[in-house]
Write a protein that binds this ligand. Structure first.
Ligand code: ADP
Length: 605
């Protein structure tokens, strides 16, 4: 029995130690002495003194401690461990506690081991709070890594990239290894000198949040510097003691949206400049409430100074032209497009012409707004009038000498027929054909004058389509073109033979002039309810789609590069007027590169 053990004699030494201490004896680990601190840690009463460890703490059986104690008892080597997890039975449940502990073998005077001194320190609280901290750090890290927006955490005064998610790498145009654990502006040198260093430092030192809205930032992406637009927040991160430890950045790239908006703004600006340059007024009419927003230029054109109602603008239209406007509006609601030209009443009784052009906007297929422009076309109209006046006089004056020239040439041809040298005969022939062309031009001009003056006379009779086509198509054959007839040529129309011939000849001549490689021209007659439709189809170059709407306008010519004797751009205009006077319709369908189909309809009766 050991007698010289310093702990055995004065039990009270153990009892008074501030650290949890217990003394076990023998290989069976009989508890001989234990202090309050240890009993508290175990959750046991003093009465366990004298019993064996596994008797009063059977829950240790499955744990490593009995084995370790045995080892220390047998080898004499001390054992210690920090932060060890121990499961202790407390009030019917196993409780996890953490301890720093030591096992020291006790020897008697002859060096034999007779017991083990156990000391322990309860570190549960420290471990749990450390675990909690780790957990919350992990949660935070996960939050950043899996955030649906670009996020990163920059730590320390050098703002080192600590955590960063996939989205922010994409935004930076960098691989994780290029930036992670590096000061941000070292990993991302292209972001320097754009004011961001100062902002980040300011957030880091003051803790004041910084919010950027659509800030342009130049970044190196796909091998080149790109200007990106970014919404972002820099938020200071604090340690528990209120000390700033870093900055968190949350960013959303809005480059596409900003660029799309810039494009719209630029387009608006271009449209505004174009409108200003063209001296055009604009309007936006609400078709339900009849509220109208107008530009300053439009008000000037209308001579309106005060804010006015839609009706005030309408009231300015010349009474004789009101129906033109109303018809155009009704048409616009059907077709979506507005076009008309009317005179306006002015304060000084002068005549002012305006052209309205617009488009209808629909909401769930109901017309909701009409947007458009108004142009002052007074001087255009005046110039056209002057041109028409001049053409009227000139063509009239040309007609008399032309007629006598024609008579002289005819006389010459008839009388000298047999005496002319072949060269002189050819020259005379050429003169005759040039004179015929000149005659056609003058006739066109006179027709325009007649149309303008409302004097285009129409004498209708019952006509057979075959008779009409025969009269027109013969001369085409001499040009080397083949005419193919399709459909029913036996149909009857009620029309002015000479005028309709003029229309058909113009279409055929155009096919020869503008589709020289076509070689065949199809003339087709079809019966429609109450009408006969006649079409002239060529396989020529066709007409560009954007030119088609204007093709029947006066003096309009599409692209006539390389065309000899292109004419004056009056043929189709006159044709349209003639067909109009017959109550028919005229039109063209054309596919560039494939050919054109000019057609018109004439009533049967
Ligand atoms: P003009 O022949 O005197 O120029 P038109 O009014 O007969 O006048 O024709 C107007 C324009 O339409 C022509 O200048 C030409 O550009 C185009 N055009 C007419 N017919 C054809 C056609 N068959 N193929 C291609 N373009 C045509």
């Amino acid at each position: 029995m050991p007698v010289n053990n310093p702990f055995l004699q004065p039990h009270n030494i153990i009892e008074n130690l501030p650290i949890a201490t217990a003394l076990f004896e023998g290989i069976e680990m009989k508890l001989v002495s234990v202090n309050e601190a240890m009993l508290k840690l175990w959750g046991r009463e003093k009465s366990i003194t004298g019993s064996r460890l596994l008797d009063f703490m059977p829950e240790l059986k499955e744990q490593k401690f009995p084995g370790l104690l045995k080892e220390v008892y047998e080898t004499g080597n001390p054992h210690y461990e920090y932060d060890a997890a121990v499961y202790i039975q407390v009030e019917g449940a196993l409780k996890e506690i953490f301890m720093d502990y030591t096992y020291n073998a006790l020897k008697d005077s002859s060096g034999n081991i007779y017991g083990i001194l156990v000391t322990a320190l309860d570190v549960t609280e420290r471990i749990l709070s450390k675990k909690k901290l780790q957990e919350s750090e992990q949660n935070f890290r996960n939050l950043v890594l899996h955030a649906p927006v670009a996020m990163c955490v920059l730590k320390g005064p050098r703002l080192q990239v600590e955590i960063a998610n996939e989205r922010i790498f994409e935004l930076w145009g960098k691989k994780p290894e290029e930036v992670t654990h590096k000061p941000i502006f070292e990993g991302l040198p292209e972001a320097r000198e754009q004011g961001l260093e100062e902002i980040l430092q300011h957030v880091y030192t003051t803790g004041n949040r910084f919010i950027a809205d659509e800030r342009p930032v130049n970044l190196l992406r796909n091998g080149k510097i790109e200007t990106t637009y970014i919404n972002f927040v820099y938020e200071a991160l604090y340690e528990t003691d209120e000390k700033i430890t870093g900055v968190m950045a949350v960013a959303v790239e809005v480059t596409d949206q900003v660029e799309a908006r810039h494009k719209v703004e630029e387009a608006e600006e271009r449209a505004r400049l174009a409108i200003e340059a063209a001296d055009v007024g604009t309007f936006d009419l609400n078709l339900e409430s009849h509220e109208m927003i107008t530009s300053a230029r439009l008000d000037t054109i209308f001579g309106i100074e005060e804010p006015a109602d839609h009706r005030d603008y309408v009231a300015k239209v010349h009474p004789e032209d009101k129906s033109v406007r109303e018809k155009a509006h009704a048409e616009a609601l059907k077709t979506g497009k507005l076009f008309y030209e009317v005179r306006l009443l002015t304060d000084n009784n002068s005549i002012k012409w305006v052209r309205a052009e617009g488009k209808v906007h629909y909401v769930s297929s109901k017309p909701s707004r009409m947007l458009g422009t108004m142009t002052d076309i007074t001087s255009e109209k005046n110039i056209r009038q002057q041109k028409d006046d001049f053409i009227g006089i000139a063509s009239h004056e040309l007609k008399t000498p032309m007629t006598s020239l024609k008579a002289s040439l005819q006389l010459l041809t008839r009388n000298l027929k047999n005496e002319l040298t072949p060269a002189a005969a050819a020259l005379l022939n050429q003169s005759n054909s040039s004179l015929a062309k000149l005659g056609n031009l003058i006739e066109d001009l006179l027709n325009v004058t007649r149309i303008n003056e409302g004097q285009l006379s129409i004498h209708k009779t019952k006509l057979n389509v075959a008779k009409l086509t025969n009269g027109c198509c013969n001369h085409i054959k001499s040009t080397g073109f083949d005419i193919i007839y399709e459909g029913d040529l036996d149909l009857q129309i009620y029309a002015d033979m000479l005028r309709i011939e003029q229309v058909l000849i113009n279409m055929l001549n155009n096919a020869v002039k503008y589709a020289p490689n076509s070689k065949t021209i199809v003339v087709k007659a079809e019966k429609l309810p109450g009408f006969v439709k006649i079409s002239v189809i060529d396989r020529g170059p066709g007409i560009p789609t954007d030119k088609i709407p204007h093709i029947f306008e006066r003096y309009y010519q599409a692209d006539n590069k390389g065309v000899q004797f292109a004419g004056l751009g009056l043929g189709l205009y006159i044709s349209a007027q003639i067909i109009n006077r017959h109550g028919g319709k005229i039109g063209v369908g054309s596919e560039p590169g494939k050919g054109s189909t000019f057609w018109f309809t004439i009533p049967e009766e």
